[in-house]
Design a protein around this ligand. Structure first.
Ligand code: NDP
Length: 481
């Protein structure tokens, strides 16, 4: 699979160009370990050029558009994304190893973000505020200016959609630094945005290393907002860089999200969600339901049913579209295997097998269910970011809440129970940015505000809430007597 554009170039000011250093980095197919393309190794000079182009766009044609005109561009872009669905899905599957069905779902989500924010662009309004005699007071929602977007490799298209979609709808000009392991669909998106009529400079893409292009973007004094999705360690660096320039930052840093199953739950309904929330995208999901908390009286029953499901999961190269593809990189595989090595044999309740004959260079890891584990064990506390779930028993509601809230994270939680009162009580008591009652993830829910508490980060993306994050509020007080 080769992209329809030259992936070794940067997209700056509406045109393709080589990076200042002229250096490139390999693009590896995680299903085979083979190099199939090169991307630019963008650096500080390229980020400078991208920010300059974005600033000029704000002062020029992009800044002059009405909200409705911005929205129409995003709606056209949504259609163009769908027109290129097959190519985008194959590109993503080859680049990051996600099974084709998942890659196609990501394309649909990207189109839906463009549709949602295209429709929302001219719906964001200010307020009039009753004040003293002789005054009229109102508020204006204004773009920050140049926004910096640092996205990871696990859901590139979805995260581009939620972040760039909201930023463009509200009139910002964006500089995007995709993860070095996942640049292709970001470049494709910029090309399609240009085809949709986005003025030059409104969206610029600078691939490269996080420590070079990423760090340069976070440190740039003309970037007025930063949004970051990724690890806690890098998130801290981004927040420190943002503090240096006093700019707001949205951080989405993953989690160790609990799925809480009470004895009165409908297990037939819950089971597919419980498994899928852990193994979707080979577990490389910020909102993965990686901790399954089960009421003790049904522990053995659920353990047996989960084990049967997990042992039967299929693994294959991304284009063969099994339930799991490879992990994104050899590095990520080593991280996950390092975690698995911490489990004793009696803690491995179930493990699928990696079939023989898969390409040797692929980063395949068998999905695994771990049990007989204390809630404070490192495997039950840390984000593994692979297809590994832990099963932990609890006694009652209080116990469930204590275990569920007992990590440093707080991104998502789910409650499986037939008791409506219990659902409401837990929805209030759980530390999480999203709580799902008798479901998990609400099928991605482009419309639903998303973000975390604690080490899962702060700020909200998705839905209308992101439009507030990507704007600053100005109060105008007119004294007219
Ligand atoms: P990182 O947090 O390091 O990477 C996320 C993004 O940040 C990438 O675009 C990366 O670029 C960029 N980046 C890296 N260093 C800097 C820097 N100093 N300044 C600015 N940007 C930077 O995650 P990793 O890819 O290293 O993955 C490690 C772990 O992070 C995973 O095992 C997982 O636990 C977690 N993670 C969580 C994600 C989530 O959705 N919450 C997503 C991805 C990872 P580049 O990749 O080019 O270095």
């Amino acid at each position: 699979m080769q992209p329809w554009f030259d992936p070794s170039l940067l997209f700056i000011n509406g045109t393709w160009r080589a990076c200042a250093s002229g250096e490139t980095l390999p693009v590896i197919n995680p299903s085979t370990g083979e190099e199939f393309a090169r991307i630019a190794r963008g650096g500080g000079a390229d980020v400078d050029a991208a920010v300059e182009a974005a600033s000029a766009a704000l002062a020029g044609p992009w800044g002059a558009l009405t909200a409705a005109e911005r929205g129409r561009i995003l709606l056209r872009l949504s259609h163009l994304v769908l027109d290129h669905a097959e190519a985008l899905a194959e590109m993503e599957a080859t680049d990051v190893g996600k099974p084709l069905t998942q890659a196609k779902a990501d394309v649909i989500a990207l189109a839906r973000y463009c549709e949602f924010y295209g429709g929302a662009a001219d719906k964001l309004t200010g307020q009039t505020i009753p004040f003293q005699q002789g005054y009229t007071v109102y508020t204006l929602r204004e773009p920050h200016g140049v926004t910096g977007h640092i996205i990871p490799w696990n859901y590139p298209m979805q995260i581009i959609g939620r972040s760039i979609g909201a930023a463009l709808a509200t009139g910002n000009a964006c500089v995007l630094k995709p993860a070095e392991d996942a640049c292709l669909t970001a470049l494709a998106f910029a090309d399609l945005a240009h085809q949709a009529g986005l003025p030059a400079g409104a969206l610029n893409v600078v691939p490269g290393l996080g420590t070079e292009a990423g760090a340069a973007l976070t440190a740039h004094p003309d970037v007025r907002h930063l949004s970051f999705t990724g690890s806690v360690a890098t998130g801290k660096r981004v927040q420190i860089a943002a503090a240096e320039n006093i700019v707001p930052v949205t951080l989405e840093l993953g989690g160790k999200s609990p799925q809480i199953v009470f004895a009165d739950a409908d297990l037939d309904k819950a089971l597919p969600f419980l498994v899928n929330a852990g193994i979707q995208n080979a577990g490389q999901t910020c909102s993965a339901g990686s901790r399954i908390l089960v009421q003790r009286e049904i522990h053995d029953q659920l353990a047996a049913r989960l084990s049967a499901e997990i042992s039967a999961l299929t693994i294959a190269p991304a284009m063969e579209d099994a339930r799991l593809g490879p992990l994104v990189s050899a590095r990520q595989k080593a991280i996950v295997e390092g975690f698995l090595a911490q489990a004793t044999p009696d803690q491995i309740l179930a493990q699928a097998s990696v079939p023989e004959g898969l390409p040797e260079g692929g980063n395949y890891v068998a999905p695994t269910l771990i049990g007989n584990i204390a809630p404070d064990h490192p495997l039950a506390q840390n984000e593994i970011f692979g297809p590994v779930q832990v099963l932990i028993p609890f006694d009652d509601e209080d116990d469930a809440v204590q275990i569920a809230n007992g990590t440093k994270y707080g991104l998502v939680a789910s409650v499986w129970s037939a008791d409506g009162g219990r659902q409401m009580r837990l929805a209030k008591r759980l530390h999480a940015g999203q709580v799902f009652l008798n479901n998990y993830g609400a099928a991605g829910g482009v419309e639903l505000p998303f973000g975390g508490v604690g080490h899962s980060g702060h700020g909200r993306e998705k839905g209308f809430e992101a439009m507030y994050a990507f704007t600053t509020l100005k109060t105008v007080a007119a004294h007219h007597g």
